[in-house]
Design a binder for this molecule. Sequence first.
Ligand SMILES: NC(=O)c1ccc[n+]([C@@H]2O[C@H](COP(=O)([O-])OP(=O)(O)OC[C@H]3O[C@@H](n4cnc5c(N)ncnc54)[C@H](OP(=O)(O)O)[C@@H]3O)[C@@H](O)[C@H]2O)c1
Length: 258
Amino acid sequence: MDLGLTDHVAIVTGASRGIGKGIALRLAEEGCHIAICARGEEALEAAADEIEAHGVACLALPMDVTEEGEPERLVAETAERFGQINVIVGNVGGNRRGQFEDLSDDDWEFILDLNFKSHIRTSRAAIPHLREAGGGAICYITSIFGRELGGAGLSAYNSTKSALISLSKVMAQELTPEGIRVNSVAPGSIRFPGGSWDRRMKEQPEKMKAFIAENLPIGRFGRVEEVADTVAFLVSERASLVTGACLNVDGGQSHSLI
Ligand SMILES: NC(=O)c1ccc[n+]([C@@H]2O[C@H](COP(=O)([O-])OP(=O)(O)OC[C@H]3O[C@@H](n4cnc5c(N)ncnc54)[C@H](OP(=O)(O)O)[C@@H]3O)[C@@H](O)[C@H]2O)c1
């Protein structure tokens, strides 16, 4: 299936490793020029080299998206470099685990800035460029634990991921009339070298085997490529009727009925 993304320009936040890098590589395979960001420069440059190996251009901007003005700089420099922006993938995210009572204002501010406000700021800056390009697509990487209970200790993660789904639904109502579709993807447990599930698998293999047997009907962790394929479809014209949706990519892990 030709996704029709050749020569489109996509921003992927938090793309020096893991799911973000996988998405950037998948979009590069489709012929998109890519802008990526992350804090660590070395891994970011290495990711940019991998992306450019697909014959597209890559702008790699080291930055902390929680810092004031940085999401806006990401968008401005991408527009300047490529002259257009068609796709935004808000992938960056993290966790501050802890009982609700133990989380401080600083913890909440950190996770709100990273998991929620960075996406607001990137999209708000990018929407005029998408509009100018005649339309486009935004896709946020949330989590199955934004659609349902993640469990004790996950109040910051769970609530910011739910907020992102809520945001994308409202944005879809407002922007779809202008040809800008907004969706989100909710991964289950995704394993990749150096990622948190990979680390846990190596540290506690027996516990993780039991986790898989109990929680993952597909019998294994998800792969970055499986999330990336879904995102590539959603930001392409092939998904022209899909907007305001949140798609699980979880091998049957989640239990939510909605
Ligand atoms: N892996 C899973 O099983 C899973 C499941 C459900 C949802 N998700 C979601 O999927 C997304 C990606 O997850 P992942 O597991 O691939 O994450 P990850 O391995 O932690 O990678 C996060 C990426 O974002 C960058 N980053 C982190 N903080 C940043 C900041 N303040 N400013 C700019 N860049 C920053 C990281 O590079 P630097 O550290 O160098 O900045 C890295 O490139 C997240 O939103 C996560 O919540 C993941």
